[in-house]
Design a protein around this ligand. Structure first.
Ligand code: SF4
Length: 262
């Protein structure tokens, strides 16, 4: 694109560093040096992504400012994942879905919110958290003075289970690589899991939400705060007090002010 072609880079080292940063922000874990000139990664050139068990790289390159090229790279990488999801048949849930629900939001989110899976409204719309629970989630996001389009919202599975039953372990395992790849591209400052299935997918030892909420955890070097699923909060409003405490922890960890009582 034009911005790449017009950028002046006199030093080979600077050009190499720029190229590496574009690929890093696109979430690419493997890279081959171009034979000549700069190449912006595209959906068709994106290699399969595999996340290592080690923390995500946060070295000198992470301190570089975001560039339009890096944003384009992230968008292309996310779009490539979405396209794969839209035709996925890796588990039996593909037989029940109306639309896949890959997730949506900011390309550089301070917070990645991860829920259990699509419900009826999400299955029809193809968007995450759009029913009554979604409205409550919007208010939870607003409480830490963010908008829905400033965070990223995803689920551990991308297709609706029949009768809204919890996802089964083989379904979570089959779908997990999509979420891992999304996290690798987005590089959120914090992950907030919503409910037990989502929390257990990232923290497998979790027995109950009550045993892990209210505390900071970590997933591959990224701070993680579990809290209740908004759908559960609609059925159990008494738990909103604890959810509010969890949101205040999220806000503190990402440096946001909070609304309401302390
Ligand atoms: S839930 Fe995930 S793994 Fe299963 S069919 Fe849908 S996209 Fe594929």
């Amino acid at each position: 694109m034009a911005a790449t072609g017009t950028r002046v880079m006199a030093e080979p080292q600077e050009r190499l560093r720029f190229e590496l940063e574009v690929h890093r922000r696109a979430g690419l874990r493997r890279w081959s040096a171009p034979r000549r000139g700069l190449q912006t990664p595209t959906a068709t050139s994106t290699p399969p992504l595999t996340l290592p068990g080690a923390p995500l790289a946060r070295g000198i390159a992470a301190a570089l400012p975001a560039t339009a090229e890096a944003t384009d790279g992230r968008r292309a990488a996310l779009r490539a994942i979405e396209l794969e999801i839209s035709t996925c048949s890796k588990c039996k849930l593909c037989d029940y879905r109306t639309k896949t629900v890959p997730g949506e939001g900011a390309l550089d989110p301070p917070v990645l919110l991860i829920g259990e899976g699509p419900g009826a409204d999400e299955d029809v719309s193809g968007r995450p958290f759009v029913g009554r629970a979604g409205q409550l989630l919007d208010r939870m996001i607003a409480a830490i003075r963010l908008r829905r389009d400033e965070v990223f919202i995803a689920n551990i599975i991308k297709c609706r289970p029949p009768e809204n039953r919890p996802p089964e372990p083989d379904e979570v395992s089959a779908c997990a690589p999509f979420l891992e790849r999304q996290i690798a591209v987005l590089k959120p400052r914090l992950i907030c899991t919503l409910g037990l299935p989502a929390t257990r997918a990232l923290l497998p030892e979790t027995k109950t939400i009550s045993s892990v909420r209210g505390k900071e955890h970590e997933w591959r070097g990224i701070p993680l705060v579990p809290t209740f699923d908004p759908a559960y909060l609609l059925r159990n409003p008494d738990a909103k007090h604890d959810a509010w405490a969890d949101l205040k922890l999220v806000a503190r960890l990402v440096g946001r002010p909070v609304d309401g009582p302390s």
